[in-house]
Unconditional design. Structure first.
Lengths: 440, 158
């Protein structure tokens, strides 16, 4: 597709500046059920999103239909959209950053591995789970997903940016039955190096998790020293990070408002935004063409930065941090590749001094159990008691409640179980001084 | 005692279960494969007056609005967050409670229902699951559950 035509036509129709982005993605999804292929889908899609300034006002348009009329359609829609735009905050588009940190993160091998091999791996996971124990009575889902995406960005100032990424995702959920008691457990693996997936390790992880749940009880309600497993912490941190959006802060709907350069967590907490880290979530430019940058969000407990796009940065008199992201026809705030600094301690060392505590391994219902404005939350949880520094009886049907800020202020330490989660937050298990657990 | 008398069965899963489909195969749109979904589901009315149910409760929680929740269909374990709730003391609705979550196992909770009101009311909403988000009509009368786990930061209810 020749984009010069788009810019020529835009100029002719009166746009003073404009940009266009095209995203192409090829996705493969396979699901097994009872040793047969339950679902096999190939999904090739592309979409174009463009925006521009017409008579001093911002307008945007997008389409998934790409043909000879696309450019004209986009430009006419931008003009129409701009006419109705009552906000006059964006009056010019970004020209380009001085420097971009482009890296090649595309894994060529992944695309060349035959589907048969991927299928074989899925079968091995399913067989492995059924064979793990007699108690395993169903493997509900075993699936593989592979996505190859290309993003291109052009603007009327001559900026050209391109990125090509890919990843695969393997997930499985199994059920086990012991008498009347039913348990479920699952896990996922995400990477772009297919050779990094170890079937036995994956299967054993799910199997162990599943069987450990039998005999789960409720503990006495109360406040306990609490360890949150890395993926539980990652889910909770999603809401903390969303509160670090300058847009939420400016709308006064964030509990981090007015807290820049103040203590928002214990001194053990350092949270970094690293879009330039070389992994599957790498990204070197945002949706406004701004170069992304690594930065501290929280350093040793002190809030150092909010996520900015151009418009919110202008309001606060600062520079965009490269966190502009399309959100329903306008540029909102997005973030990814967050790193929470772990420690060198093992899990055993971290909990060794705890006479009594709770280890939370799964939470459910955060979507409705979290108040995004205050950071107050209450959700369903499972895990284990910790007694005399050791994991003890499993806990089931308990609740975990707290406030995100209060929780982070009570962080005692992290361990070294550092993991990249599918929401792009990398973190280890964390020990919190006290959290409210509901049970008996 | 009540017993389960029928399942929702769609054509595909009906074949797997060797059961006749009963017309409950639904999906959001062509992007989803249809599966068995609810459409118009409610708990039937009982004979209690709702005000009597509250009057006869010494200590409890009166939940008047749910924010939403989720269920693990295999284990039947669920969580719902109450967006509006009050403490009942000596048969009277007292102070409001904020941010509490109700959890339990469906199987057990159904057995623990000890009062059912005569005030069935239906509400409309969207239900999200593997075949997407679909409009549903759901309802219930005022019901009392003998005991349920309620999570929050306030500690034990006294």
């Amino acid at each position: 597709m020749k984009f010069t035509k788009f810019f020529d036509l835009a100029k002719e129709k009166g746009l003073t500046s404009c940009q266009i982005q095209i995203s192409r993605s090829k996705a493969l999804a396979i699901k097994l059920f009872h040793h047969e292929i339950d679902n096999y889908s190939i999904n090739d899609s592309q979409s174009v999103i463009a925006c521009g300034i017409y008579e001093g006002k911002f307008g945007s348009a997008s389409t998934e239909k790409i043909d000879k009329d696309t450019f004209e359609y986009l430009i006419d829609s931008i003009i129409e959209n701009a006419k109705y735009n009552e906000k006059n905050t964006t009056t010019e588009l970004f020209k380009g950053s001085d420097k971009y940190h482009k890296k090649n993160v595309f894994n060529k091998e992944l695309a060349t591995i035959p589907v048969e091999e991927k299928l074989k791996t899925l079968h091995a996971v399913e067989d492995g789970l059924f064979a793990y124990s007699e108690k395993v009575n169903e493997v509900e889902e075993v699936g593989y997903k592979e996505v190859d995406s290309e993003d291109e960005f052009y603007n009327s100032f001559g900026l050209k940016l391109k990125q090509h990424t890919n990843y695969f995702y393997i997930y499985a959920y199994a059920n086990a039955k012991d008498g009347e008691s039913m348990k479920t457990a699952g896990d996922f693996f995400i990477d772009n190096n297919f050779r990094a997936f170890e079937t036995k390790k994956f299967v054993d992880g799910i199997g162990k998790k599943l069987l450990a749940k039998f005999g789960g009880v409720q503990c006495e309600s109360g406040n306990y020293p609490t360890v949150l497993e890395n993926d539980v912490l990652a889910s909770l941190m999603d809401y903390f990070l969303a509160a670090a959006s300058s847009d939420e802060v400016q709308k006064k709907s964030s509990f981090l408002g007015g807290k820049l350069n103040t203590e928002v967590a214990s001194s053990h907490v350092t949270i970094e935004s690293k879009p330039l880290a070389k992994n599957i979530f790498f990204s070197y430019f945002d949706d406004e063409g701004v170069a992304t940058q690594n930065m501290d969000i929280v350093k040793k407990g002190v809030l150092k930065n909010y996520f900015y796009n151009i418009e919110t940065a202008k309001k606060d008199g600062v520079q965009s941090t490269g966190n502009g992201r399309w959100e329903r026809g306008k540029i909102g705030i997005g973030f990814g590749n967050i790193f929470i600094k772990p420690s060198k301690k093992s899990f055993g060392e971290m909990v060794s001094h705890l006479k009594q505590g709770v280890f939370i391994t799964e939470i459910e219902g955060l979507g409705t159990g979290m108040n995004e404005e205050s950071g107050d939350f209450s959700c369903q949880a499972q895990g284990f008691m910790i007694r005399e520094g050791q994991l003890a009886e499993p806990l089931n049907l308990i609740t975990l409640s707290g406030n995100l800020l209060a929780m982070l202020k009570e962080v005692k330490t992290f361990d070294n179980a550092f993991k990249l989660n599918d929401n792009s937050v990398s973190c280890a298990d964390v020990l919190i001084k006290k959290m409210a657990i509901g049970g008996k | 005692m009540a017993s389960a008398s029928a399942f929702l069965v769609d054509k595909f899963n009906g074949r797997r279960l060797q059961m006749e489909p009963n017309g409950c195969s639904r999906r959001q749109n062509y992007r989803y494969e249809p599966t068995s979904r609810m459409s118009n589901t409610y708990i039937a009315a009982g004979t209690d007056k709702p005000e009597d149910i509250i009057k006869d409760t010494k200590l409890g929680i009166y939940v008047t609005n749910f924010g939403g929740g989720s269920v693990n269909p295999t284990t039947g374990e669920f969580n719902f967050s109450a967006s509006e709730a009050y403490i009942i003391r000596d048969g009277k609705v007292c102070e409001p409670v904020k941010g509490c979550t109700l959890i339990g196992s469906g199987k057990e909770i159904l057995m623990n229902i000890d009062r059912v009101g005569d005030d069935v009311d239906l509400g409309q909403g969207n239900c999200g699951s593997v075949s997407g988000s679909i409009p549903v009509n759901v309802g219930q009368p005022t019901i009392r559950i003998k005991e349920i786990t309620v999570g929050g930061r306030g500690g034990k209810l006294e």
